[in-house]
Design a protein around this ligand. Structure first.
Ligand SMILES: CCCCCCC/C=C/C(=O)SCCNC(=O)CCNC(=O)[C@H](O)C(C)(C)COP(=O)(O)OP(=O)(O)OC[C@H]1O[C@@H](n2cnc3c(N)ncnc32)[C@H](O)[C@@H]1OP(=O)(O)O
Ligand SMILES: Cc1cc2nc3c(=O)[nH]c(=O)nc-3n(C[C@H](O)[C@H](O)[C@H](O)COP(=O)(O)OP(=O)(O)OC[C@H]3O[C@@H](n4cnc5c(N)ncnc54)[C@H](O)[C@@H]3O)c2cc1C
Length: 667
């Protein structure tokens, strides 16, 4: 039975319409699964529609044609228009609606509030005491003040223990003195710091009576609230153009013995008494909770970014006609080539998997915050830190790969900014670095895995958390034909074996006399492999759980095809781990490959509808190549004609330089 893909409209490209007619599920119903509820999926469409009726909210020109200064100005302009219309467009207390509105209008290139909502406000919520809430949170939420999160320095980002900015307590005045002792201590990178924010949560080394207590968060006013001039003692500015995010003002910040009151240490968990007595937090790393929050949200956000690139590539592949299959009188859609499907469909499966897995992880984070705030229970922190460290690393890496494949799948036009894929790529791969460089974070998860294996080795397997319980399970041969659970078991075997092998190797180096740190470094690559496998297993399990919970039968069936593709693709990718000790047979390898190829065929008729189900409007997508109407060639030609270079037939640079050169050559 075919369902109406809700994207069909009169006048659209016929090849795309044909694809949309073959859908075996309702794209509105699929959107409900992707966005977690009927209400949010519907509200997204309503909000996009409402935005399209406010001309001032549209980009004044295509963003790729703007220079940096114009991008920053354009982002700020739209933000101010949005501010006037906010209450009429969304329920301002609904985060899902707000997130969609910002994606729709502001796009992904950055704006003055980019870090305010994502890190400044959450840092206050997580770290501020009740009195500090009273003083700052309302003002921040009303946007009387704009803030950012200033932690990374020019010389240190990953190793927080060596941050150089100091916050020295002075009991006589009950103040902290913030100071930047060297050039490497300048804060460097924080989003929206350079030009937009007038406040920041600054992470600095707390010093009391010459003793260092490590990094702590402080709320700091940077600029005068009336004039927006930097306050005396503050040096602040923009760090210059980046691979992407060029509508954003990532900045630098220095302090010259800048004084803030004692009350500005965010003191929900730890505090400094008037006399300089330090009161410890219930968990040493509780100050890192703003980072855990962002890491928890990254899988979903990155899944959507991959979804953007795939919407463009799949729609284009259904419109692009090139080459022949059987019938030599008609060229075929490039989407009919198995290689094109193999390039794109596993990435669609991953986009869905990352989104689903992200939702589950966000729930874990929300539970942790509830536990911490209601009864001071921090016992879930280590588990969630390990999980989100692995997740942000694996997801950002695969999303980068998937987006790059989407670009190549669009041939030459993928390379044009008209596709917008390079911008999506630039934004997405920032995630490989921010919130913890990927290798560094994989090694954080590895610490947890090694500890877990050590527990099993010392007969304490009963102390393992549920996510690592498989590390203690005995090996059994697996029959893959019995369904998803057998794939999980095979993956568990592979992941367990790698965690054990890496741990044994690490312990062996120590037995042979290496220090813990040296042994760790000599095993680091194997350890990161263990972390990746463990994380991919988690993603696989959450994907299975989500598909099992879907009630709409046609949607569930289409998702099951995607899930099967994912299971086979993932297992094939890591099969060498199980082949090397004969746990997996070559017959099983053939089985996996054949299942994979048959999944590609099953997914083919639904491919366009699977990406249409993300329901990204043309405005949100900002891609000339990937527009819903599929009129690729006309749209590209119109876009090219609008290039500023085409305003005149003869450029001044030609008259000034090229012509004289050519004339001289004639002499
Ligand atoms: C729409 C787009 C928006 C884009 C927004 C982009 C915004 C970007 C913002 C940023 O990038 S903010 C800056 C982010 N910076 C980082 O992420 C820095 C990365 N480094 C770290 O997080 C830490 O330095 C570290 C690597 C985790 C190490 O921390 P630390 O030196 O303090 O600990 P260790 O001594 O290595 O470990 C001790 C012990 O503590 C455990 N642990 C560490 N962090 C946590 C945590 N957050 N929660 C719980 N436990 C933690 C660690 O696992 C060790 O445990 P054991 O193994 O000893 O048991
Ligand atoms: C787009 C973007 C936005 C950002 N926004 C913010 C923000 O809002 N606020 C903020 O405070 N910061 C922000 N940052 C900074 C970001 O958090 C850091 O760049 C990041 O944490 C990585 O730290 P680093 O730059 O010191 O990298 P480095 O640690 O110097 O990494 C360099 C190399 O060293 C390796 N390495 C480092 N340590 C180890 C180790 N222990 N073991 C093995 N390998 C290691 C890394 O794997 C990497 O290959 C942003 C960065 C970007 C790109």
């Amino acid at each position: 039975m075919a369902f109406l893909n809700k994207e069909i409209r009169d006048g659209d490209n016929q090849d795309l319409t044909e694809e949309r007619r073959t859908a075996t599920f309702d794209t509105d119903k699929m959107a409900e699964v992707i966005y977690g509820s009927e209400k949010l999926a519907r509200r997204r469409r309503e909000i996009s529609h409402a935005v399209s009726r406010i001309p001032e909210l549209a980009d004044s020109r295509p963003l790729p044609f703007l220079d940096r200064f114009e991008k920053v100005t354009e982002g700020t302009r739209k933000l101010s228009v949005l501010d006037r219309h906010l209450a009429e467009l969304i329920d301002v207390n609904d985060n899902g609606e707000a997130l969609h509105l910002y994606h729709e209008v502001m796009g992904m290139e950055g704006h003055p509030l980019a870090l305010h909502e994502v890190m400044f406000v959450p840092a206050l919520i997580g770290q501020a005491s009740d009195e500090q809430y009273e003083k700052w949170l309302g003002r921040a939420k009303r946007r009387e003040i704009i803030g950012c999160y200033a932690q990374t320095e020019l010389g240190h980002g990953s190793n927080l223990r060596k941050l150089e900015t100091t916050a020295t307590y002075t009991p006589s005045t009950q103040e902290f003195i913030l100071h930047t002792p060297t050039i490497t201590a300048l804060k460097w990178w924080p989003g929206a710091l350079g030009k937009s924010s007038n406040y920041a949560v600054v992470v600095a080394d707390l010093i009391i009576k010459d003793k260092s207590y490590g990094p702590h968060p402080f709320i700091v006013q940077l600029r005068d609230e009336k004039t927006h001039q930097p306050l005396p003692g503050i040096t602040v500015g923009d760090i210059g153009p980046k691979m992407a995010f060029n509508g954003g003002d990532n900045g630098y910040l220095g302090f010259d013995n800048f004084r803030i009151p004692r009350e500005n240490l965010l003191n929900r968990h730890s505090r400094v008494e008037a006399d300089g007595t330090y009161v410890r937090p219930p968990h040493a790393k509780i100050g890192h909770s703003a980072m855990i929050r962002v890491r928890s949200h990254m899988a979903t956000g990155q899944g959507w970014l991959l979804g953007h690139a795939l919407t463009i590539a799949i729609r284009y592949s259904a419109v692009r006609i090139q080459g022949f299959l059987e019938d030599k009188s008609h060229e075929v859609k490039v989407l009919d080539y198995q290689t094109q499907q193999h390039r794109l469909f596993p990435a669609i499966a991953r986009a869905y998997a990352f989104i689903f897995c992200g939702f589950e992880t966000i729930r874990l984070y929300d539970q942790l915050i509830l536990d911490m705030n209601s009864n001071g229970n921090t016992s879930g922190m280590a588990d969630l830190h390990a999980l989100t460290s692995g997740l942000k690393s694996v997801v950002t890496h695969f999303v980068g790969q998937g987006i790059e494949q989407a670009r190549m799948a669009c041939g030459g036009h993928g390379y044009s900014m008209a596709s917008y894929i390079s911008e999506i790529y630039g934004v997405a791969i920032g995630g490989c670095t921010y919130e913890g460089e990927n290798m560094v974070m994989l090694l954080q998860l590895a610490r947890y895995l090694v500890k877990s294996v050590e527990l099993v080795k010392s007969g304490k397997a009963n102390q393992l958390g549920p996510m690592v319980a498989y590390l203690a399970v005995a090996d059994h041969k697996v029959n893959l034909a019995t369904g998803p659970d057998s794939y999980v078991k095979m993956f568990q075997y592979i992941s367990k074996r790698q965690s054990w092998k890496a741990t044994e190797k690490f312990l062996k180096f120590m037995e042979n006399g290496d220090s813990r740190d040296v042994a760790w470094n000599k095993t680091a690559v194997e350890l990161t492999r263990a972390s990746r496998l463990h994380t991919r297993l988690y993603i696989m399990e959450t994907f299975i759980r989500r598909v099992e919970s879907v009630t709409d039968i046609p949607v569930k069936s289409a998702l099951t095809d995607l899930l099967n593709l994912h299971l086979n693709y993932e297992l094939l990718d890591v099969a060498s781990y199980a082949l090397e000790d004969g746990f997996m047979s070559s017959n099983q390898m053939d089985f996996i490959k054949n299942q994979l190829y048959s999944s590609l065929e099953k997914i083919r008729p639904n491919a366009v509808s699977l990406v249409d189900s993300f329901q990204f409007s043309d405005m949100q997508l900002r891609s000339v190549l990937g527009r819903r109407d599929g009129h690729v060639y006309q749209n590209l030609f119109d876009w090219a004609k609008s290039s500023p270079l085409n305003k005149t037939d003869v450029l001044p640079s030609v008259t000034q330089y090229l012509k004289p050169m050519m004339e001289k050559a004639k002499l």
